[in-house]
Design a protein. Structure first.
Length: 299
């Protein structure tokens, strides 16, 4: 599943390759990709044909292309979705290619998905209530109606660190589970949640309410830092399915400290990294660097 850095890499590619293009032709080979589109395939095509792509925008892992009439083309990559930008659209439909937009200059964009967990839809934009631009890549203060439940991510200028930390401390839910809750803080998936928890020295099974305000804030700052580092190298690829818009796989260059390293030595202290399950998700941690109980200290 792509997390924020991977989606940001895709967004940057779309910003470079498809923004400013006008859609000449819409082809849909798999209507399942439009399963939530109001008006189905006909409305999808009518709304897109002739439209210009104004911006490629991301909030958390949520990605959309702003169109010229207060609407957006929302791209849900799901587990296995890819978007591909063509310098010249091929004559034939490619394997697992479900949707293709051909632009007036002969370039194009395709939504490719092996397993069809992804989907796409044209939806109305609705004003952001907090007065900030909707997300990365736009100055417009409006977001797709289907994204209004998505909280701002730690890289967003409108992200309210103190308020989110306070909300974390009001919950008895495990902090790892809270970090994955897109309604609280978006963009963090399993990999970067574990990395952020390690960096902040916090065990993922601890309830949000057991954290101090300072710990909760430092955890969110850690999440921002690990995701920024991953954006710099183009995302992490554990999955051959994740590729950028030019079809190149993500880089493995990012040095993961704990994720996927269970049974190996912690880089900081040498203790073996462990793995447990929290809320149905795996959590990789170092028992020494991320102790459950605080060493005795004055409260
Ligand atoms: Zn350690």
């Amino acid at each position: 599943m792509p997390e924020l850095p991977e989606v940001e890499t895709i967004r940057l590619g779309l910003a470079r390759r498809v923004v400013g293009k006008q859609i000449a032709k819409v082809e849909v080979w798999n209507q399942r990709m439009l399963r939530t589109q109001p008006g189905g395939i006909q409305q999808f095509s009518t709304l897109l044909e002739g439209a210009e792509i104004k911006a490629a925008v991301r909030r958390g892992k949520f990605l959309w292309l702003e169109l010229n009439d207060d609407q957006a083309l929302v791209i849900h990559l799901g587990m296995s979705g890819q978007v591909h930008a063509w310098d010249e659209v091929p004559l034939e439909k490619r394997k697992h290619e479900h949707i293709r937009l051909t632009f007036t200059d002969g370039t194009g964009y395709s939504h490719i998905d092996q397993r069809t967990f992804g989907k796409t839809e044209v939806v109305d934009l609705t004003p952001c209530l907090d007065g900030y631009p909707a997300g990365e890549g736009t100055s417009r203060k409006a977001l797709p109606e289907s994204a209004t439940h998505i909280a701002r991510d730690p890289l967003d200028a409108g992200f309210n660190l103190k308020a989110v930390a306070t909300k974390i401390r009001q919950s008895q839910t495990a902090i790892k589970t809270l970090l994955l809750k897109q309604e609280l803080v978006s963009g963090i998936g399993n990999i970067y949640a574990d990395e952020a928890l390690f960096q902040a020295g916090i065990r993922g099974s601890k309830p949000g309410a057991s954290l101090t305000q300072k710990q909760a804030e430092s955890l969110l700052i850690a999440a921002k830092q690990v995701m920024e580092a991953a954006v710099k190298v183009g995302g992490t690829s554990f999955d051959a399915l994740y590729v950028n818009v030019s079809g190149e796989p993500g880089y493995f260059a990012i040095n993961l400290q704990v994720y996927g390293r269970n049974g190996k030595s912690c880089y900081k202290c040498g203790t073996l990294v462990e793995k447990e399950t929290i809320g149905g998700r795996s959590h990789h941690f170092c028992g020494r660097c991320q102790p459950l109980a605080k060493r005795k200290r004055k409260q």
